[in-house]
Design a protein around this ligand. Sequence first.
Ligand code: HDE
Length: 686
Amino acid sequence: MQKDTTSSGRGGEYHQTASEGVERMTTQQGIPVSDDQNSLKQGTRGPTLMEDFHFREKIFHFDHERIPERVVHARGYGAHGYFETYDPIPELTRADLFQRKGEKTPAFVRFSTVAGNKGSADLARDVRGFAVKLYTREGNWDIVGNNIPVFFIQDAIKFPDLIHAAKQEPDRGFPQAQTAHDNFWDFISLMPEAAHMMMWIMSDRAIPRSFRFMEGFGVHTFRFVNAEGKSHYVKFHWKPKQGLQSVTWPEALAINGADPDFHRRDLWDAIQSGNYPEWELGLQVFDDDFADRFDFDILDATKLIPEEDVPVRKVGRLVLDRMVDNFFAETEQVAFHTGNVVPGVDFTNDPLLQGRNFSYLDTQLKRLGSPNFTHIPVNAPKCPMHSLQQDGHMAMTNPTTRANYEPNSWGDAEGGPREDPDGGFRSVPEENPGPKVRERSETFADHYSQARQFYISQTDVEQRHMADALVFELSKVETPAIRTRVLSQLCNIHDDLANAVADGLGMSVPEPAEPAIPTRQDLSASPALSILKNGPKSLAGRRLGILIADGTDAGELKTLSDAAKAAGATPMLVGPRVGSVSLSDGSTTATDEKIDGGPSVIFDATAVLVSAEGAAQLGGLHAARSWVADAWAHGKYIFHSADAGPLLSAAGLPDTPGDGVVSTDVLSADDFLKEASALRVWNRAP
Ligand code: HDE
């Protein structure tokens, strides 16, 4: 029996004190603590005493636990891993990590949403950050990218405006983590350069199934430089080996309620169960000749280079295999910076990249409070580091000899670190003629052609989702003139899209906005831009939700669970109780989720294994009917026992529900799982 804890505050029978094998609690000064339950008082009912240094230190520290959240990308989740080089590429770059086949470089990755605050929900419609820190033997290289290969704006000077417009409106302080509001669409409608990115965020790319199933992009054009100083342009891609997958918008809305941590939990579960996600690093490498003949300016971050024009060459893989020990110490304190490049990598003049190179150090100082944030283990290089920088708040690695300046005459032993003219980082000696101006290059002026190309590269289903997304977002915009302006932009992208959105809003299609350059109709579709054309080949890494009730056939359940595991999927049981459900053979099983806590939207495929009594019992439960009805409405595959009929009917499924709803009488578990790797029966989804 549990003891009363009220008088001692000591946790009753669970009260433990330091002993052999149990660490002794101390203050931050190392002074052993005898009582962590009661502050020091003058008499048990008297005032608390100022001399209670343990209490003072504890509360003082607590009062200072928060640091400013990131101004963008506040909500994120990180993991450790490594990058493994497939084959050396010295002809392209002298970057040390690419010189040896099989070289493993430690890595830390942080995924994030952009607009929402730190506590916002994971399934916001938003860009996802995909920031990679590679701890190479020649210093840290950060590829601070996104899951979308283009950006809203062309010049960094517009970034504060973009972010102000996207985040909560300043007078009312809402909406949180949503672009579906007037300020955002007002800004977008006045910024034709955002048209291409608008297509991407209205596509299912902005509602990924999880971090594991999305691509990453470096976005800007960078440079690789080899040992002879020859440089090539390069764009970076991270290709998920798990395949691409997104949820639908109605699912995203439901998941945010059912599990606001859906994405972080997914990464945690996958890594903790040894199912390590992998991405291949792909390079699009090109030279000045290509840059000159390409239809768009390679310095313009609102444009991509279709993979069909410059193929993606895979040069290594990124594996995430270890969660952090502490979220704050690592994920919250990790500080990325586009300016962190290693010898062999260099920048281009992309004005967005140039602005970013200026911004990230500032933001780290604001957030982490000291220029010595580089001393925090997650940010420190794992190679030797010797600089003459010193002091400042919380300095951990000051110069250790007499020399803290250079040049000095103290000789090899005392003189401290020296420059390395050959091996050190050198910038490409690029020439940049021209007057000092505040102007945008005319080569940046075509805003609609690639937006159209993205749209026509999508399947019908994906195009429909984009129109639905625009209708949803604009239906939340209260000012009709803003909606009209967005429609006038859409007219320049594709008539079908403009018509569908106008129709969904109950508005008429306005005159097209006057484009700086008319939309090109000759760019062909790029299949690489579609998610559905690049989906998974199996259910591996996905979750199968199995709805059960008392009386479920134990053999059928075991066969399906075993088959799912063999296919690399995770079977999860959902039932009317978590504690125990009795099966047909008299055994009992615990479930992973109670029905209303584990709705079918959180699974990739579903099964309903119930006896006749179970079907009747669950048919009377609203949560169970919704579970099945949602699986059907969202186009999920449903494997069901022969007796499940009454529950399927109670959930409103038609008598002949059609493709993807399969009885255990008709298909084996293995065959069902193969079929279900298509993930959706789209003609049934909303
Ligand atoms: Fe960032 N961005 N950004 N950004 N960004 C930040 O740095 C900034 C841009 C990206 O997980 C900030 O540490 C400017 C493009 C990611 O910790 C800040 C501009 C891309 C992350 C900042 C951009 C990104 C950030 C805020 C316009 C994709 C999260 C907190 C030129 C290629 C990194 C911080 C993490 C974070 C500035 C545009 C990606 C304020 C000025 C384009 C993934 O420095």
